[in-house]
Design a protein around this ligand. Sequence first.
Ligand code: AMP
Ligand code: ZN
Length: 113
Amino acid sequence: MTDCIFCKILQGEIPSKKVYEDELVYAFYDIAPAAPVHVLIIPKEHLCCLNEAEPAHKALLGHILLTAKKLAKDLGVAESGYRIVNNCGENAGQTVFHLHFHLLAGDTFSKLV
Ligand code: AMP
Ligand code: ZN
């Protein structure tokens, strides 16, 4: 998608600090970290948000979660704990409309649920 900043990151048009990449996903550090460890995991395929995910994306969504688990281990926070966040839509506070999952760690977090 031409005016999507995460698609531009994927195409190298906007710089990012890469954490991990494979054929399906790309992970990079959030530009405005909300925790000592704050990584964004995005699919290479542009989906606006979880609302656009279909049964055909089942493997991709599973892969994103398993990537989050792997990165938590690689970044040394698997044992201390981490939080995965997906904001879907305006009321949830989504600001970038390319599906992404936040991996947050290195701190304790207040519980919303
Ligand atoms: P959300 O509010 O859930 O849509 O999350 C969007 C996230 O993208 C925010 O945490 C932003 O700080 C982050 N973000 C926006 N632009 C960039 C960028 N160019 N590089 C890295 N992270 C970004
Ligand atoms: Zn995009």
